[in-house]
Write a protein that binds this ligand. Structure first.
Ligand code: NDP
Length: 680
């Protein structure tokens, strides 16, 4: 008998006290492992996550959490071979495993990089700008995101045992939440191996990751108002979770990624000789055969113009005919097995249901030619293409979770959009067209029914990541039948896990709470110029109040000639006087900003290493010849960079004229040495 998988619970590996249920190799039917969660103390797991894991993660800033994700991603990359070897047993080919294993690790590394670039080196995130709530500026509002003191439960489907875990774990960890991962039993041995390697590495703080191998049992009973569940799987299970009392009445947040009848639409502009025709056919075949079609994003509905449907069926069938099926470890094999014999039975049943309104035009659900594999013991299935009659209902209702697609036909773009919408909400749709009008009509009609839409043509095909790939930087999830949830989408995926609060108070209070200087709060002007301070010495609120400078007509003329910017408002008095906004010669905005730099800079070599840009530049009051300007520069935010001996300083810059009117506002971005003079 093979080994019983273990759960990682409350700081130790736990083995159930029964023999567990067997998990079989998808190709050979041999037992890979056994699984059971009998006797596992689920209450102890959730409380350990809240008591030990959560506080340990929240001690760290977003940048520190991101750095750990990177370290972990690189560590696991080194161990990839053993993951690939085990992955074959799930029925996956090497190409399928790449999507799961490298895709998962890549997602984690992408989150690490986003976290360092787009989140502050802090534990609170600001959302949007400051809202002035009182006339005097002493009462302001700011939205902030903070971490919840809860636990993120992640219930995953069988098809992506690695990616499914990591794409949820990475954003939750960044958000400050400990995770309890519950993989689908069928392929849990691969998830268990990854968790083992993560725990052994000691990279993540203890308690930030626990594994529940086996049935979820009463896990949801243990959850409370600060906890969340991210579920991927069938609509049936999602429905049960949705009605759990802790979800209905206990405030537990539930995100769902469920069944999805994704479509790909071929534009009416495309004919058989066009590159888009081939792209469409390739896309459909790829989605039918990668992971043997066991992908939540696979194309189930192939929507094509009636007039060209015969050609499409012929071309897809010809491509499918060259798809070798069999032992996933054999390099010549393009498509491996389904996850289990039970899953194959489910798909056969779905094909049977589809046949009530569609005929099979390629493949036989009961027969397939195999390379180096046994059709009885392994969960193999031929790719099956169906063509539906007009008005068919089943293709919009039944999800065959395998290498199966149905061709549907349309006469007008409106009808194509209507067919897409009959999926009642999908994760992803694609439209293959080279006509911008078709693209716009389809996207505007279909977008409300989709979480993601790929517009594919000859121009983006080479770089396109394809219909079926969820990307860490783009939202994954869809409305309606697809579950209504959202995952990934860059930092959006992190913020989903956090609580947004509208904070009201005085500017000083908001500065103290957020760690970012708030307009209206105290400024500190000292004898030492802030450009002489290292990152360690600078404080939020440190300010330079510059001397005044008069902008002369000669300055404006010189700048115009010197830069070549001789726009009439700076050079032609008569024309400038007719300008309704200026009524005369005005200084270039960039001249004002350049003069401001001359006013605030401290020129000698020092800790300020570089200026790397400005944000939010606005010219508000025109500066006329002989106006006098001055600038106030205040340290707004200090962000040390990890693995560098410098950090970023964001300065609030306000240029005013002699009347106190604001001529320009912007943020100056500089790189400042952590210490000065620098050692070595
Ligand atoms: P399930 O809904 O059966 O299982 C998904 C996950 O939920 C598994 O981890 C499963 O654990 C767990 N689960 C099952 N019952 C409960 C419960 N009562 N409480 C808590 N957790 C529970 O889906 P499958 O993975 O078996 O896939 C079946 C179907 O789901 C597919 O045919 C397909 O239609 C759809 N699917 C959709 C995906 C998507 O991303 N949209 C991805 C994969 C599948 P266990 O395995 O231990 O039962």
């Amino acid at each position: 008998m093979s080994a019983l998988l273990e759960s990682y619970a409350a700081g130790r590996w736990f083995r159930a006290d029964d023999q567990g249920a067997p998990l079989l190799d998808a190709t050979t039917g041999e037992e890979v492992a056994r699984i059971s969660s009998k006797g596992l103390d689920l209450g102890a797991m959730t409380s350990y996550a809240r008591r030990v894991g959560g506080p340990a993660i929240r001690e760290l800033t977003f940048h520190q959490r991101a750095a750990l994700l990177k370290e972990l991603g690189l560590h696991l990359m080194a161990d990839k071979d053993e993951l690939y070897a085990l992955s074959y047993r799930t029925g996956a080919t090497k190409r399928d495993s790449f999507v799961d294993i490298d895709g998962g690790l890549g997602t984690m590394l992408s989150y690490s990089s986003k976290g360092r670039r787009e989140l502050p080196n802090d534990t609170v995130v600001l959302d949007g700008g400051l809202e002035q709530l009182g006339r005097g500026g002493t009462f302001v509002g700011q939205h902030v995101y903070t971490s919840r003191p809860g636990v993120a439960v992640q219930i995953n489907a069988f098809n992506f045992p690695v990616w499914g875990m990591l794409e949820k774990l990475a954003p939750a960890f960044l958000a400050g939440l400990p995770s309890i991962v519950k993989p689908a039993s069928q392929t849990a041995y691969l998830t268990e191996l990854v968790v083992r390697r993560i725990i052994e590495s000691g990279i993540l703080p203890e308690g930030s990751l626990q594994l529940l191998a086996g049935s979820a049992g009463t896990l949801l009973d243990e959850l409370t108002v600060q906890d969340s569940v991210a579920f991927t799987g069938s609509a049936h299970t999602a429905g049960m979770l949705r009605t759990h009392t802790n979800v209905l009445h206990g405030g537990v947040q539930l995100g769902v990624e469920a069944d999805s009848l994704n479509c790909s639409i071929l534009g009416p502009d495309v004919s058989t000789g066009d590159p888009e025709f081939d792209l469409f056919v390739k896309g459909v075949v790829t989605e039918m055969t990668v992971k043997a079609g066991q992908k939540c994003t696979a194309i189930r509905r192939v929507i094509v113009p009636e007039a060209i449907a015969g050609d499409v069926v012929e071309a897809i069938s010809a491509r499918l005919a060259s798809t070798t099926v069999g032992n996933p470890a054999d390099e010549s094999v393009r498509m491996g097995a389904l996850a289990s014999l039970e899953q194959r039975e489910e798909v056969r049943k779905a094909i049977q249901a589809l046949r009530s309104s569609a005929e099979i035009v390629y493949g036989d659900p009961d027969r397939v030619e195999l390379v180096d594999a046994d059709a009885e013991r392994g969960a193999f299935l031929s790719p099956v293409l169906l063509r539906a009659s007009r008005g068919a209902v089943e293709p919009h209702e039944v999800e065959p979770f395998g290498p199966v697609s149905t061709v549907l036909t349309y006469d007008s773009v409106e009808e194509a959009v209507e067919l897409a919408a009959r999926g009642k909400g999908s994760l992803v749709g694609s439209v293959v067209t080279h006509d911008p009008d078709v693209a716009r009509s389809v996207v505007l009609g279909a977008a409300p029914w989709h979480g993601r839409i790929l517009v594919l043509d000859r121009d983006d095909a080479k770089e396109s990541t394809g219909h079926g790939s969820p990307l860490p930087v783009l939202v994954h999830g869809g409305p309606g039948r697809a579950g209504g949830g959202e995952e990934l989408g860059g930092i959006r995926g992190v913020l989903h896990h956090m609580q947004r609060t509208a904070l009201q108070g005085s500017p000083d209070m908001l500065t103290a709470i957020t760690g970012r200087w708030t307009t209206g709060s105290q400024r500190r002007v000292e004898d030492v110029h802030p450009f002489r301070k290292s990152l360690a010495e600078l404080r939020v609120g440190d300010t330079i109040a510059s001397a005044p400078r008069t902008v002369t007509l000669a300055d404006i003329e010189h700048f115009a000639e010197f830069t070549g910017d001789t726009f009439y408002a700076h050079t032609d008095r008569e024309a400038a006087e007719k300008n309704p906004l200026f009524g005369g010669i005005v200084a270039h905005g960039y001249l004002v900003v350049s003069l401001a730099a001359g006013l605030f800079v401290d020129p000698a070599p020092g800790p300020v290493l570089a200026n790397f840009g400005v944000d939010s530049l606005r010219f508000l009051t025109p500066v006329k010849a002989d106006d006098t300007i001055s600038v106030t520069l205040t340290v707004k935010q200090i962000t040390p960079r990890t693995n560098a001996d410098y950090g970023e300083v964001r300065w609030d810059a306000v240029v005013t004229n002699a009347e106190g009117e604001v001529a320009a506002t912007y943020d100056v971005l500089t790189l400042v040495a952590k210490t000065w003079p620098q050692e070595g």
